[in-house]
Design a protein around this ligand. Sequence first.
Ligand code: SAM
Length: 401
Amino acid sequence: MDKVQQQYEAYPYPARDPVDEAKRLVVGSPSNPVEVDHMIFGGKRNWKKPFRALFAGGGTGDALIMMAQKLSSAKCPAEITYLDMSTASRKVAEARAKARGLTNITFITGDLMTAPDHGEFDYIDSTGVLHHLPDPQAGFNALAKAIAPGGGFGCMVYAPYGRTGVYPLQEALNTLTAGEAPEVQVAAAKDVLKGLPSSNWFPKNEFVGDHKVSDAGLYDLLLHSSDRPYTVEEIAETLDVAGLSLVSFHEPGRYDPRRYLPVPLWPRLESLDAITRAGLAERLAGDMKTHCFYAVRKDQARSQTKFTQTARPRLGDLPAAALGRQIEKRGEVKIESNGQKVTIEVPKRAGALIALADGGLQLGQIAQMRGLDWIAFSSLWAPVDEALTGFNLLHYSEGMS
Ligand SMILES: C[S@@+](CC[C@H](N)C(=O)[O-])C[C@H]1O[C@@H](n2cnc3c(N)ncnc32)[C@H](O)[C@@H]1O
C-alpha cells in the first residue's frame, strides 16, 4: 500500500459521522447542482433527463452526498459513480448514503486513473485529490478523457499563498517522522506545534485551521506525503495540457483584482488577460488556500452563463422578497466569503427586481412585471448579476434551486 493510500485508510477525510445525516446536509462548492447548471450547462439543463456524474476521490462523501440527495429530491434519473482507493473512506460514504436512503450511487474502490474505463460522464467532481497524486497532470488528463461531450469538471486543488507556513512545516515534520505509523506522526506533530517558536509563519496564518478540527485534518494539512499547490496560472496551464478550458474560478468575485485595488489603479488592469487578472487577485488577496473552479472540454470552451430574457434566477436559500427590501433600503448586501466580511454594493432600484427573483419567473417576465423594456432592465440587472453571481448568491437554472 502506498503512503497516500495508507493515510486515507487510517484517516478517512474529512472526518464524518453518518449519524449526522439525520441533522444536516453538508452543502458546498463545487458540485451543487444549481451551480453546475449555471457554470457548465448555461442554466438550461433539463434535469428530468439522465445525468451521469463521477466523484473521483470521493472521500467520505461530502460533495457526493450533496449531489446525490439534491438530484434524488429533484427526481432526476441520475447515475452517480463514487471512485476512491480508500476502503475506509468508502465505508463512511456508503453509510451516509444508506442513512439517507439514496439509491443513485455506485461505489467503486479503485484508482481515479481508471476513470475512462467507467464510461463517459456529464460531470466529474474531484476536490482535494489531484494535488496528492504522484503525477497530478496524468490525473487531470485521465479525468478529462472521461468527460462526455457537453459535460464539465468541478475541481478543487490547493493554492500556495494562502497556505503560507504549511510547506516548511510539512518538510520539517517529514524529516522528523518519515516512515512512522500515521498515529505516531500525528502525536509528534501535536508536540511540534505546541513548541513552535513565535517566529514560525504557520501559527500566524489565520486561514489554515484543519489541524484544529480533527486528526484527519492535521494529517492532511501537515503530514501529507504528496501535496503540490497550484497558482492560478499553473491551473490554466494544467487544464490546457489536459485538453480542458477554464469556465470560471469560484467564487468569481474573489478573482477580480478590482476588489483589492483602489479605483485609480483600475485602468492598469485593462490590458491584462483574464488569467493574469485572476493571478493578480490571488497575489493581492493572500488568503486563497485552495482554488475551486469549473472547466469544460477545450473543443467546447465557454464562459460562465450570461443572463438572458429566458434565464431563471435562483437565489438559493435567500428569501427574495426580504433581500429585495434590504437592497431597496440600503443598496448593499453583507455576506461572509472565505471567513471575511464582504459588503456587496447593489443599486437600490434593483431591489424591486430581486424581490421577484425567486426562481419561478424568467428575467424577461420580471422586466415585464416591473414595466421595464429589456434594455432598461439589463442596465439595472447587470450590476446585480455581477455582484451576486460573483459571490455565489445568484445562479441561473431552469429546474434546480
Ligand atoms: C482529501 S480527500 C478529499 C475527499 C473528497 N473529495 C472531499 O473533498 O471531501 C482525498 C481523497 O482522494 C483519494 N485519492 C487519492 N488519490 C487517489 C487515487 N489515485 N485514486 C482514487 N482516489 C484517490 C483518497 O483516498 C481520499 O479519499
